[in-house]
Design a protein around this ligand. Structure first.
Ligand SMILES: N[C@@H](CCC(=O)N[C@@H](CS)C(=O)NCC(=O)O)C(=O)O
Length: 242
């Protein structure tokens, strides 16, 4: 979907390598069946067919693309810097992306009024308004299957300040934020942009280096979700630093 952070990373990787691709939009949950029908081993996007080979997952895609078309590079040549970029990419994939997903799915389940925006430009074979209006059970199922529980969401919000500090530090050290961007920039920026589409989280992100990096890399991110999270859950990101 246009508002899927992992799928945006997939697109940015192809764009970075200047490789043309045909994008197929899939509604969440329906995507599980379609990906199985196309014999992908897992049920997540991005899932790509590259020269006939099925490649699934943002980190698998970045490696296959780097291997097939080394220029422009996604990873630095220097071994130590490469390890640092790979660690930042891993963090973006395994930690940040999932925490943001939990918070987004929980929030979208509470208030679907902004959902239609995340479909901007999608070709899904039905009017976007209808898809958004009937999305309730799909979001609920997706939320359950991806662990968007109260407990996980509270934990994700509590982890947010530390994750943002880590990203700001990487920017200061030059591991993130260089020009052209590397695989870790392209992994992390879409997750930050999805987080910034939530009115509850945007103020804690947009004015810091992490937020500016995200906006530079993902110029336009579709969708917006109103503030719905309980105030006390948000204390870790709203309380003034002591
Ligand atoms: N961390 C993996 C997984 C990506 C992932 O979970 N993608 C989500 C969309 S953002 C998905 O396919 N969700 C399927 C679903 O939950 O219905 C990656 O970066 O490729």
């Amino acid at each position: 979907m246009p508002g899927s952070h992992a799928a945006i990373t997939g697109q940015l990787l192809f764009d970075h390598k200047r490789i043309n691709y045909k994008r197929t939009d899939l509604l969440p949950v329906v995507s599980w069946m379609v990906l199985k029908a196309f014999r992908f081993p897992d049920v997540t996007v991005p899932a790509a067919k590259i020269d006939g080979e099925r490649v699934q997952g943002t980190r698998a895609i970045s490696r296959v693309l780097e291997d097939r078309k080394p220029e422009p590079p996604l990873f630095p040549d220097d071994a130590e810097r490469r390890r640092a970029v790979e660690e930042a990419e891993r963090f973006g994939d395994e930690e940040l992306q999932q925490r943001v997903r939990e918070i987004f799915l929980w929030s979208a389940r509470k208030d679907r009024s902004g959902l239609v925006g995340y479909l901007e430009g999608a070709k899904i074979g039905m009017p976007h308004g209808l898809a958004a209006r009937t999305a309730g059970p799909f979001i609920a199922l997706d939320g359950r299957s991806r662990g968007a529980t109260d407990e996980n969401v509270r934990r994700a919000i509590a982890a947010f300040p530390g994750m943002l500090r880590r990203i700001d530090d990487w920017i200061e050290e030059g591991i993130l934020g260089g020009e052209p961007p590397n695989a870790a920039d392209l992994q992390i920026a879409p997750s930050l942009r999805l987080a910034m589409s939530l009115d509850d989280l945007r103020p804690a992100i947009e004015e810091r280096p992490a937020g500016r990096l995200a906006t530079r890399i993902v110029k336009h991110f579709p969708g917006r979700t109103p503030a719905v999270l309980p105030r006390e859950w948000l204390e870790p990101i709203t309380a003034p630093a002591r």
